[in-house]
Design a binder for this molecule. Sequence first.
Ligand code: 5AD
Ligand code: FES
Length: 358
Amino acid sequence: MELLNKLSENGRLSEAEFAELLRSYDETLATEAAAIARIKRKGTYGDRVFLRGLLEFSNYCKNDCYYCGLRKSYRGLSRYRMTKEEIISRTDYGYELGFRTFVLQSGEDAFFSDELLCGMIAEIKDRHPDCAVTLSIGERERESYERLFAAGADRYLLRHESCVKEHYALLHPEEMSFEHRMGCLRMLREIGYQVGCGFMVGSPFQTTGHLAKELCFLAEFKPDMCGIGPFIPKEGTPFEEKKAGSVEMTCFLLSLIRIMLPDVLLPATTALGTLDPEGREKGIMAGANVLMPNLSPVSLRPLYALYDSKICMGEESAECVECLKRRIEKTGCHIEVSRGDHKHFTHRGGVEPFAGGG
Ligand code: 5AD
Ligand code: FES
C-alpha cells in the first residue's frame, strides 16, 4: 500500500520499488490500485471512454515475430489486402457509427507504399476533417514517417514489445533490431505524432524484473498512448505451447500505468476480452479509457488472427458498438464521440486545445 501511495504522489518509483510492488501483487493491492487509477482518470478525462475504429487493412507481413499469427512463416493463412476504395468506404461507415478516430493497422506490408498510404490518409481527412487518423503499420524509415505525417496522419502506434534488448531478442528473429524499433518511437515523437508504445503481458521469458523495467521505461518515455494486453498463444507459431499472460496482472499494470501517467490514453484491449468475457470491462475498471472495436469487414476478420480465439469475429461493427456501450455503462463510464486526443495535445498549428478537439 505504501508503495502505491508513493507512486500516486510522486508519479514514479525506482526500478527496485516497482519490482517489489509487482511481487507483492494480491487481490487487495490490485483493488486498491484500481481505485486510485480511477480517481486519476476521472481527474484528467472524467468518465469518458474513447472509441477508435480499427481497420485491419492487410495481413501480409514481412516479419517473423515468434508470437504472432501474421508472421511470414505462418503458411496456413490466406493473405488479403483491402483496396483503397474499400478502406475509404469502411471509414465512411465508421463515421456514421460515431467513430472520430480511425486506426489503420496492418502487418509490415511493402505493397503499401508511401504514395498509396498518403493518398488514403489525405482522402480520409478530406472526407472527415473532424477525425483523427492513427497508423499502426510497423517500422519504417524517417522519411516515410514524415511523408505520412505531412499527408495528415495524427498518431502512430508501435508497440515496442520489450524494452529489454535481451528479452526482445527472445521474441523476435535476429534480423529484427531492437535499436531500430526504439529509434522509430523517438523519431515518431520528434516528427510530431501522438505516439503509442506497448507490450504484451506474460509474453514468453518475461520476468517481473522486465516488467519493472517496462514501468521505468514508460515513466521516462511518457507515451501519449500505451497498448498492453495479455500474450495469447497462437497455434502454428513457435510459441504455440507457451502459457498465456494473465488478465489480473494486465489489469494491475493498467492501474499502475494510469497512476503514473494520469493523462495517458490506455486501451482495454481485445486480447483482454479474449481471455476473459469481461476482460474489457475489467480493464476499464482498472483505469483504461480507450476501446478499439473492429471496423474491418466481417469476412476478413478471421484472417487477422494474431492469436487464437480472438473475439468479435462475427458481429458487424454496429453491433460491437452497441455491445460495448452496454458493457461500459456497467463500469460507470460512458462512451464519448470525439477524436479523444491526449490531454496535452495541441492540434497542428498549435491553436486548438484538447477541449475543442471535435
Ligand atoms: N498475443 C497477444 N498479443 C499479440 N500481438 C501479436 N501477437 C500476439 C499474441 N499472440 C500484439 C503485439 C502487436 C499487436 C498488434 O498485437 O503486441 O504489436
Ligand atoms: Fe464486438 Fe462485443 S465488442 S461483440
